[in-house]
Every structure is written in structure tokens, then in C-alpha cells.
Design a protein around this ligand. Structure first.
Ligand code: GDP
Ligand code: ZN
Length: 458
């Protein structure tokens, strides 16, 4: 099947120094040649060359832009099709004009994610790698992009393929025992082999799932709220976290004007600090955004940093709020340790089952301990993304959860000495579910849905 040649601006939209219009498809060179004027037509150039020239509007003859054009011929390209990249240095208007000219001369506008989709359809990458590309584009911190990167490199694919191979080995043994039902010892050997191997597969899938929770945090950030009464040191803590962890990643406006999300990197964990505007501007999140919304922020938070003043006794308000968030991940921070203690820390720790950290933020003391506590709470103290294969995608997680329960079923049936051909059904099902993770047996609709989530130009 021949796919149409597609075109789009593949650099972020804005006033960047260089913008690239990228074409991919059988007629990419032909389309570009209609607009290009240089020493030689692009179709006569070698693959993987950069060519200087001008883009001319073929209708008016007007020179639109001075360009460098990369020619990359199939199959050694991102999409495995012919690719032409027109590097423009003008602003967004010129780039747009170049794009429009490609569209008027035989290319069609690429859908979001279509370049990567073609890479997948043409067999250059598997589905988990393609999804890695998508996560990579979206990922907000270094750790997160490492995870996405590994997935792009095919780590998950290798892992899943090994699991599938193990299941095939079990199935082969099962096949033998079905073929020779008269030998009891074959059946016994099969059952014990099956139990052992299937259990290994089950454990490996479980491991992958456990690490997925960590992967999700690395990718999306741990949504964190700092709360406490006015004047206890919330702003001071926020500022300290930001300064101490230079990697403030980004600051994005939320759905409403006064909700801000800010990312800081704490021991490699991206904290997504929610509602920092309230903390910064009025020193009172409750006053600023209202009780209802701050309750909501609290209920949506994965981590709550509850700041108290060592100099003041625990108030009824504090007790009420702390009571209401007991089932969440809360770290109590007793701040202003440098001042006289009027807070009964013993009473606090006996009443609440939550880590308590003592700080004197003004003296930069105790915040390290807080940072370590956060890592302990979510990563057993050890954040790494280099030696684990994290799952960072909901579709993968759901498939692996299903695979885990079907292999579990196979193990249980085998233990209960259910006829082996029944066990076989669960094994095959597990094998198929794992296949879906790497894009085997996936319907076209699913593929379209996945790729439409990409940014334009990828
Ligand atoms: P917020 O209202 O909870 O955001 O509190 P701020 O961070 O604005 O701090 C209120 C006041 O307490 C400021 O004057 C800070 O300098 C001061 N403060 C913050 N941390 C400490 C601390 O550890 N010890 C002392 N003595 N003062 C502090
Ligand atoms: Zn404040």
C-alpha cells in the first residue's frame, strides 16, 4: 500500500531560530523539488546530504525563503520512507508559507503522531517504543525522560518478549504431555515444570507492575500539597525546596488562573507542587482558594506536607485537618525548631501514624531529612531508573494486570491438578495479552487512537 506524502512543521511552534518543515513519503522529493531552487534538483542528490538553496513559490516565482534541505532516502530514515527536512530560519510566518506550499504541491498535512505511526507501520519500531516516543515528548523531568527513553530503546519490548518466550517453553512441554497422555511421568514432569516456570513469569509480571507505580511518579510527578496555618513557614519551605533543587522544571498555568503547578526535583523525584500560587501570594491557601477547593487539593494530593509551628500548641483546626487526612501520605513538619517549644511532639506522634520531621527552615536545617523521608515513602529510599524496566503507560499497566491474573489462574489450576488442556488456555491467554503490549494482535482502531495523542510533527 502506498501512503500519501505527509508534511508538517516539526519544531515547536514559536519564534525559534530554526524551524523545520518535514515531509515523508514516496513523493517527498518530488514535492520538494517543485519548490526548491538550488544547484541540482533534490532528486538528484545523494541520501543523507544537506543542500543549500531557495524556496520559490512556483505560481508567482517569488523567493520565499533561503533554506538548507536535508535529503534522507528510505529505508534508513525515521519513518523508513523518503524524508525531506526543510530548515527555515525565518519566523513563524515564513515557515507557515513553506508548509502551505508543500501542501499545495502534493503533500497532505500530517496528523498528530503520524510520522511515528509510519515508523511503527513500516516496522521500524514496536508499539511500546512508539509509546515511549510519546511519553518522551511529554515527560517533564530528567528521570522521567530516562524512563521514556529506555522504553523507546526497546527495554520493555525485550522484557515482554522474554516473558512470552518462557510461556512458549511451557506450552511446548504442555503440548508433549497432551500428545502422550498414556505416560504418567510425562504429565508429572510437565506439571512441576509448569508450576516452576509459570511462577517465575508471574513474579516477573508483578515486579514490572510494582515498578510501574514508581514509573508513573517519575513521569507525571508526585502531586504534592503544602498546608498549614498562616505564618508556620510554608512559603519558606517552598522557596527552600525550589532553591535547593535547582531543577525547577516548569511552571504551567492550571485550569483556573490561580492554580499553579510547579515541579521541583527532590532526590530525583519530581514533586508536582499544587496550588503554590496560594502559598506565595497570600500566605494562606485556605483563604485564597477557599475551604472547598483546598479540601479538594488535599484529597487529590499524593503527598501532603503539613507544616506546624514548634512555637505554638497544636490547634483544634490542626487536629481537625490532620484527622481528615490520616489515610493519606502525610509528612508532618514541625518548623521553627530554633524557637521555644510549645508543641507537644510526643502527643503528635502518638496520635498520628505519620512521619514527623523537625526543621528550622530559616537556618536551613532539617530539610534534607524531609527530602530523604519523601524518597523512603515512595521509593524505599532508592530512586533509580537505570536498572529497572518501568511501565509508564496505562494501557501497558492494564494489559499486564490482566496477564498477571491469567498466569495466576494457570498456576492455581495446575496446583489443583485441573486437566492440562484447561491450564493451557490460561497460558495462551497470558501469551496473547503480553503480545498486545508490544503491538501484536492490536486492532487498527487502537493504533489510530494511540497515535492521535502525539504532538503534531512527530
Ligand atoms: P507561611 O505563612 O506559612 O507561608 O509562612 P512564611 O514562610 O511566610 O513564614 C512566616 C515567618 O516565619 C517569616 O517571617 C519567616 O521568616 C519565619 N520563619 C520561617 N521558618 C522559620 C524558622 O525555621 N524559624 C524561625 N524562627 N522563623 C521562621
Ligand atoms: Zn507564605
Amino acid at each position: 500500500m502506498q501512503l500519501e506524502t505527509i508534511s508538517s512543521i516539526s519544531t515547536p511552534v514559536g519564534e525559534g531560530a530554526i524551524a523545520i518543515v518535514r515531509l515523508s513519503g514516496e513523493t517527498a522529493l518530488e514535492v520538494a523539488d517543485k519548490l526548491y531552487k538550488g544547484q541540482k534538483p533534490l532528486s538528484e542528490r545523494d541520501s543523507h546530504t544537506i543542500n543549500y538553496g531557495h524556496i520559490i513559490d512556483p505560481v508567482t516565482g517569488e523567493t520565499v525563503e533561503e533554506v538548507m534541505i536535508a535529503v534522507m532516502r528510505a529505508p534508513k530514515t525515521y519513518t523508513r520512507e523518503d524524508i525531506v527536512e526543510i530548515n527555515c530560519h525565518g519566523g513563524i510566518h515564513t515557515v507557515n508559507r513553506v508548509l502551505q506550499l508543500t501542501l499545495k504541491n502534493g503533500a497532505r498535512m500530517a496528523e498528530p503522531g503520524e510520522f511515528t505511526k509510519r515508523a511503527f507501520l513500516n516496522g521500524r519500531i514496536d508499539l511500546s517504543q512508539a509509546e515511549g516516543v510519546m511519553d518522551f515528548i511529554r515527560s517533564k523531568t530528567n528521570e522521567a525522560s530516562k524512563v521514556a527513553n529506555q522504553q523507546m530503546q526497546g527495554r520493555l519490548k525485550d522484557y515482554v518478549e522474554n516473558l512470552r518466550q518462557s510461556i512458549l517453553n511451557i506450552l511446548a512441554q504442555v503440548e508433549v504431555s497432551i500428545d502422550y497422555p498414556e505416560y504418567d511421568d510425562v504429565e508429572e514432569a510437565t506439571t512441576s515444570f509448569l508450576l516452576e516456570e509459570a511462577e517465575k513469569v508471574r513474579k516477573d509480571i508483578q515486579y514490572l507492575l510494582k515498578s510501574s507505580a514508581e514509573g508513573r511518579i517519575l513521569r507525571e510527578g508526585l502531586s504534592t500539597v503544602i498546608v498549614g496555618k498562616p505564618n508556620v513557614g510554608k512559603s519558606s519551605l517552598l522557596n527552600y525546596l525550589i532553591q535547593d533543587n535547582k531543577a525547577i522544571v516548569t511552571e504551567v498555568a492550571g485550569t483556573t488562573r490561580d492554580v499553579l503547578e510547579e515541579y521541583v526535583n527532590v532526590n530525583g523525584i519530581p514533586l508536582k507542587l499544587v496550588d503554590t500560587a496560594g502559598i506565595r501570594d497570600t500566605d494562606d491557601i485556605v483563604e485564597k482558594i477557599g475551604v472547598e477547593r483546598s479540601r479538594k487539593a488535599l484529597s487529590g494530593a499524593e503527598l501532603i506536607l503539613y507544616v506546624l509551628n514548634n512555637n505554638e500548641a497544636l490547634s483544634d483546626e490542626d487536629i481537625e485537618l490532620l484527622d481528615s487526612i490520616q489515610d493519606k501520605n502525610v509528612i508532618a513538619i514541625v518548623n521553627k525548631l530554633d524557637l521555644e517549644s510549645n508543641l507537644d511532639i510526643e502527643a503528635l506522634t502518638s496520635r498520628y501514624d505519620m512521619p514527623v520531621v523537625r526543621t528550622s527552615i530559616i537556618n536551613s536545617s532539617g530539610v534534607d531529612e524531609l527530602e530523604n523521608k519523601i524518597a523512603e515513602l515512595f521509593f524505599e529510599g532508592n530512586v533509580t531508573s537505570t536498572d529497572s524496566t518501568y511501565l509508564s503507560n496505562n494501557r501497558h499497566i492494564s494489559l499486564l494486570e490482566q496477564a498477571a491474573s491469567s498466569i495466576e489462574e494457570a498456576v492455581q489450576s495446575a496446583e489443583m491438578e485441573v486437566p492440562i488442556d484447561i491450564v493451557q488456555i490460561d497460558l495462551v491467554k497470558t501469551w496473547e495479552l503480553l503480545g498486545e503490549v508490544i503491538g501484536e494482535d492490536v486492532s487498527e482502531q487502537l493504533i489510530d487512537q494511540l497515535f492521535s495523542q502525539f504532538c503534531l510533527g512527530k
